[in-house]
Ligand binder design. Structure first.
Ligand SMILES: NC(=O)c1ccc[n+]([C@@H]2O[C@H](COP(=O)([O-])OP(=O)(O)OC[C@H]3O[C@@H](n4cnc5c(N)ncnc54)[C@H](OP(=O)(O)O)[C@@H]3O)[C@@H](O)[C@H]2O)c1
Length: 400
């Protein structure tokens, strides 16, 4: 029996679990293992009557390697799909190594006390995974994830060399709250309040947070302000895609979100430095997370669409070429299908597909790899099949 262990049971995991259950031929068994077991049990109760996939649940603290090893040994999954938080990446990779089990995640490791995301900690496992004969597939969400698959696909089919990539992440959804984040608030705010950066001629260029703003007219959404952010896939794509001169990442934000964020920053609520409060140490950002709406509850009230994709510029047969690959996803359609908004959906679907690529042996090489290092074609087909169809534009408006 082919089995997958999913760690975490939040917004993204819920979508991935729904999608595994729609795909019982590959996912014959899944175990949902998370910190709060009641969430896993509730999902099992909802989904088991609808699917042939045999669902089991367990409580696990994914910060504890021994607990993870015991659980993996008892369930014996073919792959562990890590949909907990980036802080747990290394402990879960350690447990996969100890049990010789394949590993898939959607976000790179971040130490809890430093808001700095980069691949060096996970790339350091390359030799050990190779020797153990197992695969770690890093970054199988949308961005990172589909953006890497799009890049590999563009490289394989459309270009001899790609010189410029602009990744554009537009969320045109409206949840009606003055301020809420679409995925884990702590991770999201750490990401958007960090300095921006992009890679030019092999060097990182740093900007102040939200310093670089552009306006872009997104198909299916309309005109939106977008801001240059640091994003983890820039680091791996700059190495893995041939000919890169510059790679940037932009995300759209509405004025209300930015005004609230600035205010929260100014009063210290986004800080990750612990403070003492009534004799107890608390982290302001973690406290803020506790009072903000849970992203998993936004689905019912979010309307509008997302449009996420990559604009490529490079050369084909000696001629300049531009190419835009993107996906448009509708928040309400996602909610009707799996009870979640589109941000969780656009991450959970590629997470399931990444696990499927490994479980079926379609992607089969030992070591630690970023997603663009695999053949993109079967993944691209699966995106169309499992709810994230992609569109192409051979004459896109460029970002200056
Ligand atoms: N690549 C992409 O496109 C992309 C986009 C969005 C998100 N992401 C990533 O997806 C991941 C999940 O995001 P999300 O929005 O689903 O977050 P979430 O709703 O907060 O869910 C996280 C889940 O992990 C569980 N968890 C946390 N710490 C744990 C621990 N020590 N042991 C066991 N379980 C633990 C939580 O348990 P509780 O239920 O007890 O809190 C929760 O169920 C994050 O890593 C995020 O960065 C990637």
């Amino acid at each position: 029996m082919k089995k997958c262990m999913i760690i975490g049971c939040g917004g993204v995991a819920s979508v991935a679990i729904h999608k595994c259950c729609q795909n019982s031929e590959v996912f014959e068994g899944i175990m949902i293992a998370s910190r709060t077991k009641s969430k896993c049990d509730a999902l099992k109760e909802k989904l088991q009557p609808t699917t042939k996939t045999v669902i089991e649940t367990a409580q696990v603290n994914a910060d504890n390697i021994d607990e993870l090893i015991t659980l993996i040994n008892s369930y014996q999954p073919d792959v562990v799909l890590n949909l907990a938080l980036p802080y747990q990446d290394l402990t879960i990779m350690d447990a996969c190594l100890a049990t010789k089990t394949h590993y898939v995640d959607t976000a790179n490791y971040e130490p809890l006390d430093t808001a700095k995301f980069e691949y060096k900690w996970q790339w350091a496992y390359r030799e050990r995974f190779e020797k153990a004969g197992i695969t770690a597939l890093l970054g199988s969400g949308f961005d990172p994830g589909v953006t890497g698959v799009f890049s590999a696909y563009a490289m394989k089919h459309e270009f001899d060399e790609i010189n410029y990539i602009d990744i554009l992440d537009c969320n045109g959804g409206d949840h009606g709250y003055p301020f809420a984040t679409n995925f884990n608030p702590e991770i999201n705010i750490r990401e958007v309040s960090a300095k921006g950066s992009y890679i030019e001629n092999g060097e990182w260029v740093e900007t102040e947070p939200m310093e670089i703003k552009r306006v872009y007219n997104f198909k299916g959404v309309g005109e939106k302000d977008m801001y240059l952010l640091h994003h983890e896939e820039l680091e791996s794509l700059a190495l893995n895609i041939k000919g890169i001169k510059r790679i940037r990442f932009f995300m759209t934000f509405g004025q209300s979100y930015l005004t609230h964020l600035k205010c929260l920053e100014n009063v210290g609520m986004t800080s990750i430095e612990p403070i003492m409060y009534e004799g107890k140490e608390i982290v302001p950002l973690q406290f803020l997370k506790a009072v903000l709406p849970d992203p998993a509850t936004l689905g019912a009230r979010t309307v509008g669409k997302t449009n996420i994709g990559c604009i490529f510029r490079g050369k084909k047969d000696g001629k300049d070429k531009t190419y835009y690959l993107y996906n448009i996803c509708d928040h309400q359609e996602c909610y009707k299908e799996v009870g979640s908004q589109a941000i969780s959906y656009t991450t959970g679907v590629p997470a399931m597909i990444g696990a499927m690529m490994i479980m079926t042996g379609t992607w089969n090489k030992a070591g630690v790899y970023n997603i663009e290092e695999f053949d993109p074609d079967p993944f691209m087909q699966a995106l169309n099949k499992y709810g994230l169809p992609w569109e192409e534009d051979f004459n896109p408006v460029l970002v200056d």
